[in-house]
Each structure stands twice: as structure tokens, then as C-alpha cells.
Design a protein around this ligand. Sequence first.
Ligand SMILES: Nc1ncnc2c1ncn2[C@@H]1O[C@H](COP(=O)(O)OP(=O)(O)O)[C@@H](O)[C@H]1O
Ligand SMILES: [Mg+2]
Length: 358
Amino acid sequence: MNKKIGVIFGGPSPEHDISILTGLQSVRILSKKYDVTSLYWSKDNNWYLVENAYESVDFINNKNLFKKKLELKFNDDPGFYHKRKKIELDVIVNSCHGGPGEDGSIQSLLNLLGIKYTGPDEVSAQICMDKYAFYTLMKENDLPVIDKTLVNNQNVEFQGNQILKPRFGGSSIGVEIVNDRKTLNKLVENSDLYTQGAVFEKFLENSIDLLVGVRNYPNFETSEIEKPIKSDTLFTYTDKYLENGGLEGSKRELPATLDKNLETEILNLVEKINKLIPTRGIFRYDFLLHNENLYINEINTIPGSHALYLWKNLNNSKFELLDEMINEALTSKFNNWSITGSDGIALKSAKEIDSKLG
Ligand SMILES: Nc1ncnc2c1ncn2[C@@H]1O[C@H](COP(=O)(O)OP(=O)(O)O)[C@@H](O)[C@H]1O
Ligand SMILES: [Mg+2]
């Protein structure tokens, strides 16, 4: 079947640029076989139809980017339109990172438009983007997680170094080690990164990041485990994207050489968490290992490069991985938000609205 695929990327998020890289990679891989349309979501929250052949540098100071504006229509054949012509799509590959592309907003919008999409649904997206909600869900289910405090809880005093994070952040942006309350409050007051909230937790010195890709379609499966090589105490934005050609080129041990028991522990935790927050698409589970203690740090529901590189030594090609994400989206149940059979009894009997509701 020649599927009509829309790839969305960019978005008003601090991870806008990284999303362009993930989006362009998806466009390249999928255009070999399918009819692909690139839908660019700009930093200022507008939508544009752009060339599939664009390279990453074409997204810097390029006026041509903004020539073909898209419109969204909610009524009467909803969808994306360009000059009153509908962009026919079977499915959208969501390649957005952070912000409204990964926090449930675009997922809710696509639900209302009746467009199928890859990656998390609105609920998983929201839970995993909200570091405090994710933490409480893990804690409630006795899963190993580092205790977090909301920054606006001024009653909690510091003991030792703490790590500050935007409550709804990603890509290590705004993640800072702090050793006193005053500095923390100053940081939060002076940066837009924390306007939606912030959390802090104990800084675990010399901890090791361990990352694993997870999918449920065609079957439950985990990728190889990656151990990123950090240049400093934290796995930073620079480590992830700016050194060594970025994204897939950054330094890592893959597969990580791990003790068999630790590997089993990781996989057992993945299975438990996957039951609480069902994976759709490819999620990347990020663990932290500190003095033999393993913690689930976070889940990235739309990881950089869709985490395709984590399957490098396994049997799946990048095309197959994306194609299976697409088939999963096409066969998943989506709520089309229309109901039948409202009986109208309450309306019929409400003769005098003011007295009924008053
Ligand atoms: N409690 C902690 N102790 C030590 N290092 C941490 C801790 N939390 C996070 N880090 C480091 O900071 C990085 C970014 O933090 P993370 O919670 O993953 O935020 P983001 O959502 O921005 O990726 C992690 O990959 C890890 O290297
Ligand atoms: Mg992270």
C-alpha cells in the first residue's frame, strides 16, 4: 500500500532544532517507499508545507520556509489545508520533541481532527512530560525513583547538592546542580524555562545514565541498552547533540557492557512500567545507576531520532522500525469524539433554564 504520510516536526519548544533533525531523518527514510509530506511547525506556532529535500541548514534564516502556509480546519472534513486544498494523509509521524508536540497538546488536537498519529497518546504524553506527575505515579507503584520536591514548596530545606529541573523540560535544558536554596530561587525567578514549574531532587554524584528503547508493536520488545559517555557530571545538551555530529553521532557504549543481573533488573522494571504507561511508537526509558542502585529517571515518549539507532545490532532496519510505528498507529483505536444516543430528557424537561440551573 502506498501510504500517504505526513511528518510533523519543529514546534514551539526549546527542542525545536533537534526535532527538525528527527523529522528530516524520518522524511528521508520513509520517502524511499511512501508518499511523504513535510509539515513544519515553526517556533512562533505556525504551520508550513516545506520541501522534503531540505537539509537541516535550510531551516536557518530561510524565507522560503514560510511561503506555503497551512491552515487547520476543524469542521466539515477536518485536517491540514493549503490554499483551500486538503492535504490528504493516512497517518502522521510525530517527530516533535518537548513542548506542545510531546506533552499531549498536539495529540489532543490530532484526536479532535480525526488524524491518526505515531507515538504516545495524549495521556502517556502528558504523564511523561510532567516530571512531578511521573514521579508520583512511580512512587505510588513502589517503583524505584529519586524523591522530588516542587520548587514552590519553600518549606523543604536542602541537604547536600540538589539538581534543579524544569517540571516540563527535556534535553537537559535548564537542568542545573545547585547547593543552596537562594541560588535555586534566583535561577527559577530569572529564567523562562521554569515558568510552568520546577522540581528539585538529590544530586547523585557519579551516577551512570542507562537508556533503552521500548516498543509494543508488533510485539513487546526492548532495544539494546545504551550507556552515553558524558563529558561532565551531567549528560548535557552538548553531549547529546552538539559534539561528534550530534544525535546519532554522540559518544556512547552500545550495547553497554553490563552485569547480567543489572540487565535483568532493567528489563523487569521496563515490563512493570510499560503496564502503567503503555508504550506506543518507540519510547526511550532513561535509568540512572548510582552505587548499585537503579532508578527510573524518566521516559522520553518521542526520543531523539525516534531512538532508531538503539536497534543497530538487532534485526530491524530503520525503515522497518518506522514502518511498524506507522502500522501500529493505523491499527490503533483512536477516539473520534462523537457520540450518538443522547436522549435529550434533561433538555426536554428543563422548561425554565434559570430556575433549573440556579
Ligand atoms: N538526580 C540526579 N543525579 C545526578 N545526575 C542527574 C540526576 N538527574 C538527572 N541527572 C543527569 O542530568 C541529565 C538530564 O536530566 P533529566 O532528568 O533526564 O532531564 P531532561 O528531561 O532534561 O533530559 C540526566 O541524563 C543525567 O545525566
Ligand atoms: Mg533526560
